[in-house]
Every structure is written in C-alpha cells, then in structure tokens.
Write a new protein. Structure first.
Ligand code: FAD
Length: 388
C-alpha cells in the first residue's frame, strides 16, 4: 500500500488512537479528528465506564505496538469473580486455577492517554481535538467537520477514511442515510440501562474491599458490579431495568427510594458507599445496545472499525478488547500482498465479522449468567459446605 497516501481517522478513542499509532509506525501519513477535548488536559470521563476489563486480546494489541510494558503498571489483576449474596456472604470464584491467568482492571482515561501520547510522538501522526465529524461523503473521500473553537464547518479529503467513532458513528450514519448501496444495520437495546457509582478509597488510601477481583452482586433481574482502580477506589456499575420490577431507573427518583433499594439488595455494598446518593443523582443513566451492520466498508474509500462497526453490551468485558483485536487483524492484512484497499477491506470484514457477531451474542448471554447464575453459585457452594 502506498505510504504517501493520507489516512484519515475519525475518533481518537481506544480503537482510533491504537490504529493511528500502528499506521503511524508503519509509515503512513495519519490525520485524526476527535469530537471531544483532549482527555489528557480535560476531565471528561465521569459517568462513562471509567475502568474496563482488559484481557489477552488487548494485551496482544499492545505487544503489537510495543507498549505492553507501559500498560502493565496501569493494570490491576483480577483473579476471579467475588460473588456477594444478599446477606453479604462472599465467595471468590477464580477464573482459572493458575496463578498467572487473570483479567485486568484498567482506567479508560489512562490507557487512552498512553495511546494518544505514543501516536502523537510520531512525526507522521497529527491529532485534532474538538473536531466533530458531521458526515462523510464516502463516494468522494471527503469528511465534513464542525470545529467547536471557531464555530465553523469545513471539509477535508483523504485517500482513505476510517471511522473509529464509536457506537454512534457519523460514518455509519452517512452509509445509512446516503442510501447509495445496500447497507444492513440493526441496533438493539436491552431493557436495562446502567449507572456508574463508586466506592472511594479507605482513609489510609487502601482498598475498602478485596482488591484483586471483579465484584458481582447478582440479583436475578438486576446486578451491581465493581472493578478496582489504582487509587484505591472501585468503579461500581448498577445494571437495572428502566421500567420493570419494584425498583427500576424510572422510579428510583428520591434519596429514600435509592437508600431503600440498596439497603434491601446490596447492604454490604451500601456500607462501603457513603457517597451513593451524590453519585446516583449526579451520574447519568445510559442505555446498553448492540449494533450490527454490513458492509463495514465502501469500496476502498472508507471503513468502520471498533464499536462503530460492532458495538456490544459490556457483559463479557470484550468491547474494547475486540476493537483492539480489529486493529491487530487489520495490521496482519497489511503484511499480505493486497494491491488495493478495497480487497483488503473486504478480506478484513470477511474474516472478522463472524467473530464480532459471536461475541455480541455471547455478551448478551453473559448478562443473564452474571445476574442470575452467579447469585445461585453462592447458594450452591453454601449447600455443599453444609452437606460436607
Ligand atoms: P469509543 O471508545 O466509543 O471511542 C469513539 C471515539 O470517537 C470517542 O473518543 C468519541 O468522542 C469520538 N467520536 C464520536 N463521534 C465522533 C464524531 N462525530 N466525530 C469525531 N469524533 C467522534 N470493553 C471491554 O473490553 N472491557 C470492559 O470491561 C468494558 N466495559 C464496558 C462498560 C460499559 C458500561 C460500557 C458502556 C462499555 C464497556 N466496554 C468494555 C466497551 C468499550 O467501552 C468499547 O467497546 C470501546 O470503548 C470501543 O472503542 P472505540 O474506540 O471503538 O469507541
């Protein structure tokens, strides 16, 4: 592929910044446009999956760009699930019997910032923040942007345009609205949404509960989870129906009801969360959805990658990992003898889509597993102990 071509990347999130870094390392001219301010300078993470489970697919991608040694210090190993029953009993269910097999908790901001630093350190990569892509003319290889600073619109051509602009992708919308080719698209929401809460560090800066686990309070029709952060806090996420059941997001509208809900179902968690009400009423409630679409590319002009191509619900902890794997797989194809982008994009989608469809379906199944069976596991274990 011709290295003198400019590759335009829309979205400097996890996938876009990794892609910029890798294409930059390969010698392409890369220009990235990101809607939001630079997260290394402005705090923009509140309320949106502050930390993530980072697993082998992600590690492989970091090794590809040679920065896993810089990522490791950002990680907290989680060796298993810490299950909490309604009475506050806990059971650690290891992911594997082996000491060196675990998943990691990592800060989204720290990881994204590291990828941005590495990408920006390359002379051939430029990143523009506060530039929102409004649409893409995929037939003429030109993206339209709104620059917040100047309150002005402009457009920019590139030989190749890659949309890594997440679940609400502007490039994907342009495919859909353009009606220039047969574009299949589905977006399915769960009846549940999520809200982020927190367990703050102990006064001595330590962790208030067991550090090296993914904590789960499964309650059949809803659940709470918590992942550790390096500063001693935990990011807690409540998954709950918008409208079904005695307690739901639509009717948890007063401090009394929120407190009653937590003291009934998550008593041991509530004891660790004196800041619950502040978080609950300050942080947004957000929907959870699955996006599938095809084709991901238009000729050799444009391509969707990451959540823009395949957003999934978070219950397998694989959305980011799969987006990173997109970049690893894309990178492998750059070593093959493709002479045009269209054949490469086609081969990429053919090889990749069945896997991303599979993880999307598994992630929905795991939602039911986590909130239901996880709860039962404690009771099974207790029964076994009583019978022993
Ligand atoms: P994003 O991270 O969404 O990045 C898209 C970027 O594009 C953003 O920076 C955005 O500002 C920018 N952008 C958007 N629109 C435009 C535009 N019009 N113009 C310019 N820029 C634009 N995954 C895991 O692997 N493990 C987990 O534990 C995990 N937990 C999760 C928990 C929750 C609650 C949620 C919601 C998701 C979770 N995920 C997890 C999924 C993970 O967050 C996503 O899969 C991942 O962020 C996808 O990366 P991306 O770069 O494709 O998209």
């Amino acid at each position: 592929m011709n290295k003198n071509q400019t590759i335009q990347i829309i979205g400097a999130g996890l996938c876009g910044s990794l892609l910029a870094l890798r294409l930059g390392q390969r010698g392409f001219k890369v220009e990235v446009f990101e809607k939001r301010p630079d997260l290394r300078k402005v705090d923009i993470s509140a309320g949106r999956s502050i930390n993530l489970a980072f697993s082998n697919r992600g590690i492989k991608a970091m090794n590809m760009v040679g920065i896993q040694h810089k990522v490791e210090p950002l990680c907290i190993p989680m060796h298993g699930r810490m299950l909490h029953d309604i009475e506050g009993n806990t059971l650690l269910s290891p992911y594997s019997g082996k000491e060196n097999e675990y998943i990691n908790s990592i800060s989204r901001t720290d990881l994204n910032a590291l990828l941005l630093n590495e990408a920006e350190a390359l002379n051939n990569v430029t990143i523009h923040f506060n530039h929102k892509c409004t649409s893409v003319d995929f037939e003429n290889n030109r993206s339209h942007f709104y620059k917040y600073e100047d309150k002005a619109e402009f457009s920019k051509p590139a030989e190749v345009i890659i949309g890594t602009d997440g679940a609400g992708s502007a490039l994907r919308k342009s495919y859909y609205l353009g009606k220039k080719f047969l574009f299949s698209f589905s977006q399915d929401y769960l009846t549940h949404g999520y809200k982020e809460l927190s367990i703050l560090p102990a006064e001595n800066g330590g962790f208030k509960t067991f550090k090296n686990a993914l904590h789960i309070w499964g309650r059949d029709s809803f659940m709470l989870i918590a992942l550790p952060n390096l500063d001693g806090s935990f990011t807690v996420t409540l998954f709950l129906s918008y409208e079904d059941g005695e307690y739901n997001f639509n009717n948890l509208t007063t401090p009394e009801r929120v407190t009653a809900f937590f003291s009934t179902y998550f008593k041991d968690a509530l004891e660790l969360m004196p800041n619950l009400l502040d978080d609950f009423f300050k942080n947004p409630t957000s929907p959870l959805g699955t996006v599938k679409c095809s084709p991901w590319h238009y000729k050799g002009n444009t391509l969707l990658l990451g959540d823009a191509a395949h957003a999934i619900v978070p219950f397998y902890g694989q959305g980011m990992n799969a987006s990173f794997e997109d970049v690893t797989e894309f990178d492998k194809l750059l070593d093959e003898n493709f002479t045009d982008w269209e054949s490469l994009f086609k081969a990429f989608e053919t090889g990749r889509k069945k896997d991303t469809d599979a993880i999307a379906d598994l992630a929905i199944d795991n939602f039911h597993e986590m909130k239901g069976h996880v709860n039962n596991a404690i009771f099974r274990e207790k029964r076994n102990l009583e019978m022993a």
